[in-house]
Structures are given as structure tokens and as C-alpha cells.
Design a protein around this ligand. Sequence first.
Ligand SMILES: Nc1ncnc2c1ncn2[C@@H]1O[C@H](COP(=O)(O)OP(=O)(O)OP(=O)(O)O)[C@@H](O)[C@H]1O
Ligand SMILES: NC(=O)c1ccc[n+]([C@@H]2O[C@H](CO)[C@@H](O)[C@H]2O)c1
Length: 186
Amino acid sequence: MTNGGKTTLTNNLLKALPNCCVIHQDDFFKPQDQIAVGEDGFKQWDVLESLDMEAMLSTVQAWVSSPRKFARAHGVSVRLDASDTHILILEGFLLYSYKPLLDLYSRRYFLTVPYEECKWRRSTRSYAVPDPPGLFDGHVWPMYQKYKREMEANGVEVVYLDGMKPREELFHQVLEDIQNSLLNRS
Ligand SMILES: Nc1ncnc2c1ncn2[C@@H]1O[C@H](COP(=O)(O)OP(=O)(O)OP(=O)(O)O)[C@@H](O)[C@H]1O
Ligand SMILES: NC(=O)c1ccc[n+]([C@@H]2O[C@H](CO)[C@@H](O)[C@H]2O)c1
């Protein structure tokens, strides 16, 4: 979810994991003039249609076809050891609602914080396009709830993470989970 702590966790993982690249979903927002305005008067940023998901998928596919080349092109130093394991982190607020990506993930994590905390954290942020008054309650939170409900109704399995835990604890929890899933690969 927005302000769950995704970027913070991602940055910690990037430092700890070898050959690890990241793709940020926020880099795929369409230009402002292509964002629909809802009946509520708000620009509808928090819907899948506001993101160029085809472009994001192409970027993921570029990594899949050559992780090493992708890493080099993105300034990630490649460690050449026996395992030659490469990891790609996708970081975003609507990752599990776009079907073509769903089966590509080996692990899906979902950071949550309670409504009050989310609203508070969001109010302290300055986005390139600042939130107009009322956007959180009028658009951001209802869309979050809608997509999460749909994800659960579609049976998408995720590992929920409690975003209220300290940063260090979340980092170690996920690092351990990733390391275990790498060990258990067939
Ligand atoms: N575990 C944590 N405990 C308390 N505060 C946190 C924690 N992780 C992140 N934060 C703070 O919450 C805010 C949002 O964190 P972050 O930017 O990592 O979230 P995000 O999910 O990437 O948000 P968005 O996608 O909306 O930009 C920041 O001010 C950050 O310092
Ligand atoms: N990055 C952007 O262009 C942009 C513009 C307007 C709103 N947002 C917000 O980013 C969050 C996801 O990280 C969403 O909740 C958007 O509202 C982003």
C-alpha cells in the first residue's frame, strides 16, 4: 500500500542482496494530461489505467531475458560466482492487479499499515504532483481497499508484512524469507 514502507525495505534489500535489480512502478505513471478526472473531481492516479503497465512488463521481460545485461545497464555491479543468482525486485502499490505480471513473481510481499498511520505518513510526503485536499479519503484509500479486495477475491497469494514493525525487523524478516526461497528452488 502507499506509504507502507516499500521503498525503505527495497533499499535495504538492494544493499544486502548480490546481483539485485529493482523496477519501481511509480516510474511508469502516465503523463498528467492522460490521467482521467473522476466524477469526484480528483485525478484518478490510483487506478491501474494511470500506469503504463505494458512498458513496465517490457522492462521486466528485458531483465528476464538477460539479468546480467540488465544489471550492467542499470549500474548494478555483477558478482561472478558459482551460483550466478540474479534477483529482481518490483516495488509498487498496484503490482498484484495486473494479470500478465502475476505468475512471474516467485514471492509476493504486501506491506500494510493501519488507516491512521497511512494517512499520517502520506501527509508528511511531498509528491511531484502534490495531493489536493481530500485526495486521501476521497480517492487513495477507497482505491486501495477496492484493489486489495479484488486481489483477495482472485485468490492471489501474498505474504503480508506488518509495516508498523521497525525497519530493521522487516528487513531481516524478508531477507531470511528470500534466502529460504532461493535455497528451496527446484
Ligand atoms: N518500518 C517503518 N516504521 C516507521 N516508519 C517507516 C517504516 N518504513 C518506512 N517508514 C516511513 O514511512 C514513510 C513511507 O516510507 P516509504 O517511502 O518507504 O514507503 P512507500 O511504500 O515506498 O511509499 P510510496 O510508494 O507511497 O512512495 C517514510 O517517511 C518512511 O521513512
Ligand atoms: N509519481 C507520480 O507521478 C505520482 C503523481 C501523483 C500521485 N502519485 C501517487 O503515488 C502513489 C504511489 O506511490 C499513488 O498513491 C499516487 O497517488 C504519484
